[in-house]
Design a protein around this ligand. Structure first.
Ligand code: ATP
Length: 289
């Protein structure tokens, strides 16, 4: 049998790094938003008794380092069964190392897909507890929509849905950010007020001007990537309501209240960059297709 799962990318409308914990992790406050830019994860069972992986993207490891393999082992461990033969194919559309949670979403897709493939009937809370053990963004990717996430990103609360006419995402071709390096630079920043608290108020007000004015990312502030600023300036010249970096970078997103303007911005960026996407916010996370 074969199961196909759509795994959405996310952007961070805000991302405040709120502290460093004694276990070495950082605590964050963030508003995450799922968008309709999807990897497709296809799972098929076989008699091999092992997990195998294929992916159409060269930089992604197709062995046990892949987050999909980790997710599968965690899944069988939780279900207290031996590892079953499964092939996982990842059709990648989400740029890698971009701050768009592509790997995390693939991992979440595997949990959902295995639950369907083997008819294990795990409840959402059970899948969530597996997801938490795989990575900080994985539980969000199961749920999707617009969420307020704290702790290491796994304490998730609902906030009013964000909506707009278009989101343009662009990743500079040459810049990939190491998350460890990024956190080091963020640690050196001066403390400031929490933008995520302001964004929650803005989401409740549903005021697009306020939401756009409240976009914020500590990593953007700390890393100061020239290409990110170049892309932002093209986006703002194309009449984006607001623009900012996602996660630890280096993808940049812009929010539009006009589809026509979003399309024009997409066309303009496409003249220079390869990884450009025109998308919209979505209310769900990983889903069986
Ligand atoms: P986040 O926003 O969660 O920090 P990211 O967009 O910065 O994620 P990913 O694209 O998820 O980063 O991948 C980071 C690294 O993880 C890659 O360089 C790759 O080596 C490894 N990796 C393992 N599994 C996957 C996968 N299924 N897809 C993408 N990368 C993967």
């Amino acid at each position: 049998m074969e199961v196909k799962v759509l795994a959405p990318a996310k952007i961070n409308l805000t991302l405040d790094v709120t502290g460093k914990r004694s276990d070495g992790y950082h605590s964050i406050a963030t508003i995450m938003q799922a968008v309709n830019l999807y990897d497709t994860v296809t799972l098929s069972d076989n008699d091999s008794g092992i997990i195998t992986i294929s992916c159409n993207y060269d930089g992604v490891p197709c062995d046990d380092r892949n987050i999909c393999a980790k997710a599968a082992y965690r899944f069988f461990d939780y279900c207290k069964t031996e590892v079953k033969g499964v092939h996982i194919d990842i059709d990648k559309k989400i740029p890698v190392q971009a701050g768009l949670a592509g790997g995390s979403s693939d991992g979440a897709a595997v949990i959902l897909g295995l639950n369907k493939l083997f008819n294990t009937m795990l409840k959402p809370a059970e899948m969530f507890s597996i997801a938490e053990k795989i990575g900080a963004d994985v539980p969000f990717c199961l749920q999707g929509g617009t969420k307020y996430c704290t702790g290491i990103g796994t304490d998730i609360k609902k906030v009013p849905s964000f909506n707009c006419e278009g989101i343009v995402i662009c990743k500079p071709d040459t810049v990939s950010v190491s998350t460890a390096e990024a956190y080091k630079k963020v640690d050196a920043l001066n403390p400031h007020a929490c933008y995520t608290d302001e964004m929650i108020k803005a989401l409740y007000s549903r005021d697009m001007f306020l939401i756009s004015a409240t976009l914020f990312n500590d990593f953007e502030l700390a890393l100061k990537i020239p290409e990110v600023n170049e892309i932002k300036s093209i986006m703002l010249k194309s009449k984006a309501r607001g623009a900012g970096m996602s996660g630890s970078g280096s993808a940049v997103f812009a929010i539009f209240t006009s589809q026509r303007r979003a399309q024009k911005c997409y066309d303009k960026l496409k003249e220079t960059y390869n990884d450009v996407f025109l998308c919209k916010p979505v209310k769900d996370g990983c889903k069986i297709s």
